[in-house]
Design a binder for this molecule. Structure first.
Ligand SMILES: [Mn+2]
Length: 396
C-alpha cells in the first residue's frame, strides 16, 4: 500500500538535517570589497552562538562546519575549546575544512605545487585537520583545492594529477576507520586556465585512488551553466561515491546566492534523485547535506534561516513524488505522466505540513518570525557593532 504524501513528508522531515558553515556568519565579501555588517560574527564563539540561534529557530541544524585556518587559531590545540563552545551553544562541530589556499606559499598550489616542501606543508595541514576532526568526534574532512594555473603551458597537468593522487592517498592513510575524506571539485576560480580538480570525474578518480573512505563532494555552485547536476548526483549514487553537498544557488558562476533563490527546481531534482535511489535500492544514502554560502548583502542569520527552510521545503516536495507511480510511468514510457509526477510534487505547497511537523516537535512554526521576535539580532548588533565598524572593508 502506498503511504500518503503527508506521511512521506513527515518521514522526510524527520531525517533531514543540514549543516551550516561558520564562515556564513562572518563579514565576507566579493573579490572587490566588503560591506561590513554590525552583527557579523568575528570569533568562533560568536559563530557558534549564531549557529545556535539558527538551530533554535529551525531545529534541523545540529552541526556547524568549521574552517581550520579561521576557526582554530592554534590548530590542534584549539580543538578542546571549540568542543566546549559546541556544548555551550547546543551545536556540535561539523565537517572540518582545511585551508590550502590562503598562506603565501600556496601561490602556485598546495597538493599540486612543484615545490615538494609546499606539498609537504599542505599534507601536514591536512593531517592536522584530520587530527582536529578526530578530537572533536567529527567524521567528515572536506577537501577543496584552489590549485590550478592561469596560463597555458605553465603547469604540468599530468604531473600535478600524480601529486594529487599521492597527497590524497597520504591524507587518507591518516583517517580513523570512521572518518571520511570528501573531495570537492570546481571548474574555475581562482584558477582561470586549468583547475587541478575541475569536475566530478576528476574528483571521482582521485577519491577512488585515495582510498575506500573517500567520497565526492558536490558543491552546486561549482558547475558550468546548464550542466545537469542531478545526473551527476545519480551517477555518483549508483557508484556509492556521493559523500555530501555544499548547497548554494548561482546565476552565472560560483555566486554563493541563497539556495533556491534562482532555480529551486534544480535543487528539487537533486533531492528527487536521492529519494528515488533510496526507494529503489531500499537503502539510505549516507550523504552530508551542508550549506556553503556567504551573504554579502542580506543579514547573515536571516539569510541562513531562509536557506535552511528553503532546503527543508524542497526536500519535502521531493518526498511527495510517488516512486511507485513514477517507476510504472517510466517503464511504460508514459512521458507526460512521468514528468507530471515530478511537476505536481514540485507544485505542492508543503508549507502547512512543515508547520505541522514543527509544531509536533515543539519548534517555532515560523522560524524567521521567531528569530525576529527573539531580540537576538538587536543584542548582537549592540555587542558587536562598535568593533565591526572598526574592521577593514578593503581587500586591497
Ligand atoms: Mn564548497
Amino acid at each position: 500500500m502506498q503511504s500518503s504524501s503527508s506521511d512521506r513528508v513527515f518521514a522526510a522531515l524527520d531525517r533531514f538535517r543540514i549543516e551550516i558553515p561558520s564562515w556564513g556568519f562572518a563579514n565576507t565579501g566579493t573579490r572587490f570589497g566588503k560591506y561590513m555588517q554590525a552583527a557579523a560574527a568575528n570569533t568562533i564563539e560568536e559563530k557558534f552562538s549564531d549557529a545556535g540561534e539558527v538551530h533554535r529557530c529551525t531545529g534541523v541544524c545540529p552541526t556547524l562546519a568549521l574552517h581550520v585556518q579561521w576557526d582554530f587559531p592554534d590548530g590542534v590545540a584549539s580543538a578542546a575549546s571549540v568542543a566546549a563552545l559546541g556544548k555551550q551553544y547546543g551545536v556540535r562541530p561539523g565537517a572540518i575544512n582545511p585551508n590550502l589556499f590562503q598562506d603565501q606559499h600556496y601561490k602556485h598550489g598546495s597538493f599540486g605545487n612543484p615545490d615538494a616542501a609546499v606539498r609537504a606543508a599542505g599534507l601536514q595541514h591536512t593531517t592536522d585537520s584530520i587530527e582536529i576532526a578526530r578530537q572533536l568526534g567529527v567524521r567528515d574532512i572536506s577537501m577543496w583545492f584552489a590549485d590550478g594555473s592561469n596560463y597555458p603551458g605553465t603547469a604540468n597537468i599530468r604531473q600535478r594529477k600524480q601529486w594529487f593522487t599521492e597527497g590524497l592517498k597520504s591524507a587518507h592513510a591518516a583517517l580513523s576507520s570512521d572518518q571520511r575524506l570528501l573531495v570537492e571539485y570546481k571548474p574555475f576560480e581562482p584558477a582561470f586556465y586549468h583547475t587541478d580538480i575541475a569536475d566530478w570525474g576528476m574528483a571521482l578518480l582521485l577519491a577512488r585512488a585515495a582510498g575506500p573512505q573517500a567520497r565526492v563532494l558536490v558543491d552546486t555552485g561549482h558547475h558550468y551553466s546548464s550542466q545537469n547536476i542531478e545526473q551527476i548526483v545519480a551517477w555518483l549514487l549508483s557508484e556509492n561515491m556521493l559523500g555530501g553537498f555544499h548547497f548554494n544557488d548561482r546565476r552565472y558562476a560560483d555566486d554563493d546566492l541563497t539556495l533556491g533563490s534562482i532555480d529551486p527546481y534544480q535543487i528539487f531534482r537533486i533531492f528527487h534523485e536521492i529519494n528515488f535511489f533510496e526507494w529503489e535500492t531500499k537503502t539510505t544514502a549516507d550523504i552530508a547535506y551542508m550549506i556553503d554560502q556567504s551573504h554579502n548583502l542580506k543579514g547573515k542569520i536571516e539569510a541562513m534561516i531562509q536557506t535552511v527552510t528553503m532546503a527543508q521545503e524542497l526536500f519535502a516536495k521531493a518526498a511527495v513524488v510517488s516512486h511507485e507511480l513514477l517507476a510504472d510511468a517510466q517503464a511504460a514510457c508514459e512521458l507526460v505522466n512521468a514528468e507530471a509526477i515530478l511537476q505536481d510534487a514540485f507544485a505542492t505547497d508543503v508549507r502547512p505540513m512543515i508547520r505541522e511537523w514543527r509544531k509536533a516537535h515543539g519548534l517555532p512554526e515560523y522560524p524567521m518570525a521567531s528569530f525576529r521576535q527573539s531580540g537576538y539580532l538587536n543584542r548582537i548588533t549592540q555587542e558587536r557593532g562598535e568593533r565591526n565598524a572598526g574592521s577593514d572593508a578593503s581587500y586591497a
